[in-house]
Design a protein around this ligand. Structure first.
Ligand code: ZN
Ligand code: ZN
Ligand code: ZN
Length: 368
């Protein structure tokens, strides 16, 4: 019986072969979890999936991690779990598993120290980044993965629904952020990945997290939050709030932003380019004179990582396919004044698009 991970290992072998690689070396992180179901921690001790394109796969693990590896889905796969004792050299063990290898693909997130030790242990093997090979698989999500992303989206929507009760004038961004972080866990995530509560002028920095700034009446507040669920899939959604009332001129700009976000989502369907999705949002902001304040790409893929392929960037000719999941998050950022962003995760379907975040997108005016 082939389970989902054995199938992924086979597809990874095919993709590696197509890329001219003889083997992949995958260390702890989302690629390892995607391929084997093993959510190993990245440690100084080597854990490494050794996947030759021909021949059996091995999971080299420190002896003390063997029970955890065997208890994970990796324990049920056609993967030989090979524990190494504390005094052994696991790098040499991996090299012995790959005799004569010429071109090896290394996990994009492998620690440099391990990359260099593999280079010394296998001097004849050209090293390449495996990320491009694996992202081709990971960006095309199956139905179970889309379900997992839908669940993550619903969980973060439940958090946004509660934000108005915490976002009160007189509280600091950090205080509001702590309430949000607690709710991210309470509503169905196992980790809090980021909490951005960017009030007033802090909103002009797209990745401002939280600070001691006190939220004031008349502030615009960008709230961008996400976590990872038990299943290993990420959420990421932004809503923009205003406390009491909005600054002069803001409402008209926000209205353009809302139209731009909707236009980009409406553009999504199989066969369109990622660049054209970006343009659908950017053109409307440009026409309204807001283009110079929209200083980032329109979106990023999401799955087991909160930022992964495909990226929704101007000029990108990648064609959108059914099963690709990514954010649509145009914004504008006016230094010294405020910022605004609207972000939903969407997934391309056979003939269109499904939004995975369903909270209202209009500006939320919190009573002061
Ligand atoms: Zn971002
Ligand atoms: Zn976000
Ligand atoms: Zn995002």
């Amino acid at each position: 019986m082939t389970n989902i991970f054995d199938a992924r290992l086979d597809r990874a072998r095919d993709a590696a072969t197509a890329a001219g690689l003889d083997a992949l070396l995958i260390t702890p992180g989302s690629d390892l979890r995607y391929l084997t179901g093993y959510a190993a921690l990245p440690l100084e001790r080597l854990t490494c999936l050794v996947l030759p394109v021909h021949g059996p796969a091995s999971l080299v693990v420190p002896e003390l991690e063997k029970p955890a590896a065997q208890a994970s889905p990796a324990g049920d796969l056609a993967v030989d779990i090979r524990p190494w004792p504390e005094s052994a050299d696991p790098i040499a063990l991996v090299a012995d598993l790959l005799p004569g290898v010429q071109r090896v693909g290394l996990d994009d997130h492998m620690w440099a120290e391990k990359v260099l030790r593999f280079r010394s242990a296998m001097p004849a093997a050209e090293q390449h980044a495996a990320g491009a090979v694996l992202s081709e698989l990971r960006m095309r999500k199956d139905a179970a993965e889309i379900d997992a992303l839908r669940e993550a989206g619903a969980a973060i929507d439940r958090v946004h629904a509660q934000v108005p009760q915490w976002l009160r004038p007189g509280r600091t961004e950090a205080e509001v952020g702590r309430d949000i972080a607690d709710a991210i866990i309470a509503e169905g995530h196992v980790t809090v990945d980021f909490v951005i509560v960017a009030s007033g002028p802090n909103g002009a920095s797209p990745h401002h997290e939280t600070a001691d700034r006190v939220v004031e009446v008349g502030d615009v507040v960008v709230v961008d939050i996400g976590g990872t669920t038990e299943a290993g899939y990420c959420s990421d959604s932004t809503r923009t709030y205003a406390v009491g009332h909005v600054p002069d001129g803001f409402a008209a700009d926000y209205d353009v932003l809302l139209k731009a976000q909707i236009a980009a989502v409406d553009r999504v369907r199989p066969g369109v380019t990622a660049g054209s999705v970006d343009a659908a949002a950017r053109d409307l902001l440009d026409e309204a004179g807001l283009g110079e304040y929209f200083i980032h790409r329109t979106g990023h893929g999401i799955g087991m990582d909160s930022h992964e392929e495909p990226y929704i960037i101007g000029g990108d000719t990648r064609l959108i396919e059914a099963g690709m999941a990514f954010s649509i998050e145009p914004g504008f950022y006016k230094a010294g004044q405020y910022g605004a962003r609207i972000e939903d995760i969407v997934v391309a379907t056979a003939d269109g698009v499904e939004r995975l975040n369903l909270r209202p997108r209009e500006l939320v005016i919190v009573e002061a």
